[in-house]
Design a binder for this molecule. Structure first.
Ligand code: HEC
Length: 100
């Protein structure tokens, strides 16, 4: 029985993408404003970085955007954020950008 719970604990992160907790959500939104905003603008209509407004992202896949955020874009000013953002946090941020 104990092992059963262990297994559920190990498997659940795969089954349900984790939502960041409310405090972390606030941190991520601040990051979007201060860190991403410095290049992408506030609202992120574009500056040094491209526009991150819902219209600009509409025809781009989550995978493409997540790759840009996690790994950066080589040869451009877009830095990798994978040391600061988990894959789930990146997915959550993309959702926020899409519905702004
Ligand atoms: C130092 C400047 C800079 C910062 C800071 C920055 N970006 Fe970027 N970002 C860029 C540039 C420049 C591009 C365009 C790269 C290219 O030409 O492909 C870009 C591209 C992107 C793309 C791909 C957009 C597309 O249309 O393909 C996403 C998504 C993105 N940034 C999200 C973020 C997020 C989220 C943050 C904050 C966590 C962030 N960026 C911080 C400069 C920056």
């Amino acid at each position: 029985m104990r092992y059963c719970w262990l297994l559920i604990g190990l498997l659940s992160p795969c089954a349900f993408a984790e939502q960041p907790n409310p405090q972390r959500q606030q941190e991520l939104l601040n990051m979007l404003k201060h860190d991403c905003g410095s290049c992408h603008g506030l609202p992120p209509k574009g500056g040094l970085g491209s526009s991150l407004m819902p219209e600009a992202l509409a025809d781009k896949s989550d995978a493409l955007l997540a790759d840009a955020i996690q790994n950066g874009r080589a040869g451009t000013a877009m830095p990798p954020w994978k040391n600061f953002l988990t894959v789930d946090e990146t997915a959550w941020l993309i959702q926020q950008l899409r519905k702004r």
